[in-house]
Each structure stands twice: as structure tokens, then as C-alpha cells.
Design a protein around this ligand. Structure first.
Ligand code: BTN
Length: 264
């Protein structure tokens, strides 16, 4: 349940986002000072049949969630938001939505801070080998149709990084040395995501994959992929247009869609 629905423009974005000129993403934005999880709230909006591209953003999440039900610490200063999408693509292409989101965030970081990022498959964005952004895509689909997706984006901007995470996580502020504008970043992410979402809707998966690969150095790497019930070792041969990793293993070629990657 949503904890407290204070409706406040903490980002002072209302007027600015009206000038976004995006086609779909960010036409409607829900702002909260504090919420349990923007993904959770987005799910409630979907139940009320909210429109494509609606965004939910909060300054603080009290119960932010990461992949595999992990906790996602979300103190004030970061960008914690979810985008509701109804892409008319096959469910087997679901991963491409996350790829479109990660290239959009990466481009926005570059535009606003000049910093180069690396994407770690499937959905982590790294700077100096530490995680600056995580993406949690929740997908609801029937056999042939995606009913909805919620793309939850957590970007460490000016927020403090918890001591326990110092070895693996980083904020943009730590790298730049001063506060980074959340307004500018948010706006740039939404603009870029809007363009890439349009590409996705037009089945231009090749562009998304090609761009994604420019941020990744996974091809040719020896890796171990840890899935819920499987651990696979091999050399990454390619990423296919659906976002699957194509691994060369000792028992032949294997496609993997989920899991945590360890570089060997
Ligand atoms: C990961 O595990 O790397 C994904 C983290 C995703 C966090 C974001 S923050 C906004 C949205 N709301 C959530 O509860 N989670 C996502």
C-alpha cells in the first residue's frame, strides 16, 4: 500500500515537463515526496487503466525494490521513478524495453554530466565499475501479447550511498564532485526514452541493440551467469535482437535471458 500521498513538486518540474514535447513518455507525471515504491504505485494506476507513458516519481521511497526482490535504498537526492508502457510487441522481446531504458539513461547522463557509462547486462549502469543506476522492468503478458510493463529506474544522483554499498555503488555527485541537476537529468531521460520507445514501437530492435552494444564490452568476455536454478559458464558470442546473451559453453551454444553476470 502507498504510505503517504503527498503531492508536491519537489523537482519543480510541473511547468518544465509541460515543455518536454515528447510523444508519449511523460505526458502525465505523478510526483510524490515520499512513497513506498513508484513501481507499486504504477501498478495501482494500471489497474485504473492509466495511459501509455505515464510516469511516477518520488523524492524518497520507503520500500524501494530491486531485482530479485532485493531492497533498493532510495533516500532523498536520487531519481526514483517508474514509466508505464503498453508496447505492442511480442513478450519474447520484453528485454528490449529494458535495453531501450538503459541506453536512454546512459545518453542522458552523458548529455548532462559528460560522463561515460558502461551497461552491465542485463540492466545495470556502471561508472568506475560501480553501479550508478538499476532498472527493474516488471512485465505482465499473455502468450502473444504484453499487457503492460512498468520500467522502474533508480539513479544515484546526489543521494548518499549507504556505507555497506560503498564498494559496489556510486552516485553521480561522487564522480562529478558537486550536485547534479535532477531536473535536467529527468527531463533528458524522458526525452531519450520517448525517442527509443518510438523506435521500439516501430520494431527497430536493431538500433536499440547496436546502441546498447556501444555501452557494453561484454562480447568476447568469459562469464558465469547465475540464474535462479542454473549457473552457466562460457564466452559471450553475441547479444541477439531480443536481448538474450548467446554463450559458447563446453556443451554448445546457449541463450540466456536472465541472471547475474560475473566476469571470469
Ligand atoms: C536493480 O535491482 O538493479 C533495479 C533497481 C530498480 C530501482 C527502481 S527505483 C524506482 C522504481 N521503484 C522501485 O521500487 N524500484 C525501481
Amino acid at each position: 500500500m502507498v504510505e503517504k500521498l503527498t503531492h508536491n513538486n519537489f523537482l519543480d518540474m510541473d511547468k518544465k515537463t509541460n515543455n518536454l514535447k515528447t510523444k508519449i513518455i511523460g505526458k502525465k507525471i505523478y510526483y510524490f515526496d515520499k512513497i513506498q515504491s513508484t513501481n507499486l504505485y504504477a501498478k495501482q494506476l494500471i489497474d485504473e487503466k492509466i495511459e501509455d507513458g505515464t510516469v511516477v516519481i518520488a523524492d524518497v521511497q520507503t520500500g524501494g525494490r530491486g531485482r530479485k526482490n532485493r531492497t533498493w535504498l532510495s533516500p532523498s537526492g536520487g531519481l526514483w521513478f517508474s514509466v508505464i508502457l503498453y508496447p505492442d510487441i511480442s513478450p519474447r522481446r520484453g528485454m528490449v524495453i529494458t535495453m531501450a531504458a538503459s541506453i536512454s539513461v546512459s545518453k542522458a547522463i552523458k548529455e548532462v554530466t559528460g560522463l561515460k557509462t558502461e551497461i552491465k547486462w542485463p540492466n545495470d549502469i556502471l561508472i568506475k565499475n560501480k553501479k550508478v543506476c538499476g532498472i527493474l522492468t516488471e512485465l505482465n503478458a499473455d502468450l502473444n501479447k504484453i499487457n503492460y510493463t512498468i520500467v522502474g529506474i533508480g539513479l544515484n544522483v546526489n543521494n548518499k550511498i549507504d556505507k555497506q554499498l560503498n564498494e559496489i555503488a556510486i552516485s553521480l555527485k561522487q564522480v562529478v564532485g558537486s550536485d547534479v541537476s535532477r531536473d535536467k537529468l529527468f527531463k533528458s531521460i524522458l526525452k531519450n526514452f520517448d525517442i527509443n520507445y518510438f523506435r521500439l514501437k516501430n520494431n527497430d530492435f536493431k538500433y536499440i541493440k547496436k546502441t546498447w552494444l556501444t555501452y557494453s564490452n561484454i562480447i568476447g568476455k568469459k562469464v558465469k551467469i547465475i540464474e535462479e536454478k542454473n549457473v552457466t559458464e562460457g564466452v559471450v558470442k553475441d547479444i541477439d535482437d531480443n536481448g538474450y546473451i548467446i554463450l559458447k559453453t563446453i556443451s554448445g551454444k546457449k541463450r540466456v535471458l536472465n541472471g547475474d553476470v560475473l566476469y571470469l
